[in-house]
Design a protein around this ligand. Structure first.
Ligand code: AMP
Length: 460
């Protein structure tokens, strides 16, 4: 069966229409593995332990269900109360989560407040006075406001602990335990963490009720048989660069990836004008058109297939010599999928990515995910050089500059990309542990099956 028919679609998840519209306006075609699993579990009111790193789409996985709750209910928050609480380790992450909420709620209604250290408390107190649907907070400042009565958590129905392991590193665990103990017993608790050190496991055992365990691994490293390189090129020069690449020596059967369906059509039309026969497949093509395009590519009647990520999921064709990322994917895991279309069945393959100025942060996310820098080749058409897992001399020479915080990198304006280590919030956490476990809520969390989602996605 075609793999793409098995993929969950956003429409299948039971989300309200304004949220589906927002997701589609963001250009998301399919839920990421963490979203496909966390969204239904949250909608079913389950507690959740999610093992996922930044870059897996985890923010939308808990924000969308929270917004869905609001779409389903007319209830407004009471003064000094928060309907849902998202606890984060740093003010930067708080701001990014708030931005994500704005993005996904662009066709919906939600009130939010940010309670973070290092900012004036006055405006925070005023925002809390009215009551908010979703409160995003760092633990120290939240406790300050709780102690003065500026906010109470007795009506909070969901708490999300985002990047719990980082909160642990920053010494927030006692504060988190105190905060959790103030929430009503029947609440829904979602714990997101990139890793599961013992204190986080203990926290989950003490405060979560039969949680669903959902784990997605960072993508496996791309196979060594693939030569991977990147060409930095201006957006308007991409079409020419692509034609040059496709005319280069050794380029036989190639899949060209674009981010959007329209982009795929534009690229295919341009190649056609340049005298390079190409077939395009994407979600707007009928099943018949897609099958014909694939058959032409498989049989070698055309040697270039232009595809979007989702359309390419089911493709399993040997002898693809090159994958060209005409545009970098929004989610770094998609890069691994894309390049996995080459070097199949024990063959070698080449993957070249065209990266324009706006895509630098996407490139950094990919490099972070695959654990190495891609070799930069300056001239389109120049043969790529094999990259080495451990960093050959050549690789070292071409290594990207040290990574900065993506938000500071001048890439996509964007809330949602971030590095894992950020400065702690201004307020020091208090350190008097007053561990309270709930009777009848203790559960042992078995070891997580770390790679469930991505290995399935990789389909390798
Ligand atoms: P996160 O792991 O929440 O930091 O998200 C990583 C990035 O993936 C963000 O830039 C999101 O905008 C993007 N993203 C989240 N979900 C999807 C999706 N289903 N399809 C494409 N991009 C997504």
């Amino acid at each position: 069966m075609n793999e793409s028919t098995l993929l969950t679609q956003f429409n299948d998840l039971g989300l309200a229409e304004p949220l589906l519209r927002a997701v589609s306006a963001e250009g998301y075609t399919t839920p990421t593995p963490i979203q496909a699993q966390v969204i239904p579990a949250m909608l079913a009111q389950s507690d959740i332990v999610g093992i996922a790193q930044t870059g897996t789409g985890k923010t939308a996985s808990f924000v969308l269900p929270l917004l869905n709750d609001l779409a389903d209910s007319n209830k407004r928050p009471e003064p000094k109360r928060a309907g849902a609480l998202i606890l984060v380790p740093t003010r930067e992450l708080a701001a990014q989560v708030a931005d994500s909420i704005r993005t996904y709620a662009r066709f919906a209604r939600v009130s939010t407040a940010l309670v973070i250290g290092g900012a004036k408390p006055g405006p925070q107190i005023r925002a809390l006075a009215r009551g908010v649907d979703i409160l995003i907070a760092t633990p120290g400042r939240l406790e300050d406001h709780m102690s003065t009565g500026a906010v109470r958590l007795d009506r909070t129905t969901t708490i999300v602990l985002d990047e719990a392991d980082q909160m642990l590193d920053l010494g927030f665990m006692p504060a988190i335990r105190r905060i959790l103990a103030k929430l009503p017993a029947g609440r829904r608790t979602v714990l997101m963490s990139a890793t599961m050190p013992a204190p986080i496991r203990a926290l989950a055992a003490d405060f979560l009720d039969s949680p669903a365990e959902i784990a997605v691994a960072p993508a496996a490293k791309p196979i060594d048989a693939i030569d991977q390189s990147v060409i930095h090129v201006q957006r308007q020069a991409k079409q020419r660069a692509l034609v040059d690449l496709l005319r280069g020596a050794g380029v036989e059967r190639t899949i060209v990836f674009t981010r959007t369906k329209r982009g795929a059509d534009r690229v295919a039309a341009h190649l056609d004008r340049a005298g390079l026969a190409a077939a395009a497949i994407h979600g707007n093509k009928s099943q018949g058109q897609r099958e014909r395009a694939l058959a032409a590519f498989k049989k070698g009647r055309v040697n270039i297939l232009v595809a979007t990520d989702i359309a390419a999921r089911g493709i399993d064709i040997d002898d693809v010599s090159h994958v060209i990322n005409y545009e970098l994917p929004n989610v770094p895991e998609a890069y691994v999928h894309r390049i996995g279309r080459t070097a199949r069945a024990g063959k070698s393959g080449t993957a070249v990515s065209l990266c324009d100025g706006d895509e630098r942060s996407l490139l950094r996310d990919i490099e972070r995910l695959i654990g190495r820098s891609l070799i930069h080749t300056g001239e389109p058409g120049a043969p790529s050089t094999k990259s080495s897992r451990n960093g050959s001399k050549r690789n070292q020479q071409h290594r990207s500059k040290p990574r900065r915080h993506p938000a500071a990198a001048g890439g996509k304006p964007g809330p949602k990309r971030r590095t894992r280590r950020q400065s702690p919030e201004g307020t020091e956490p208090q350190r008097t542990p007053r561990q309270r476990s709930k009777p009848g809520r203790k559960r042992r969390i078995p070891a997580a099956a770390a790679d469930a989602g991505l290995h399935r996605m990789l389909g390798a």
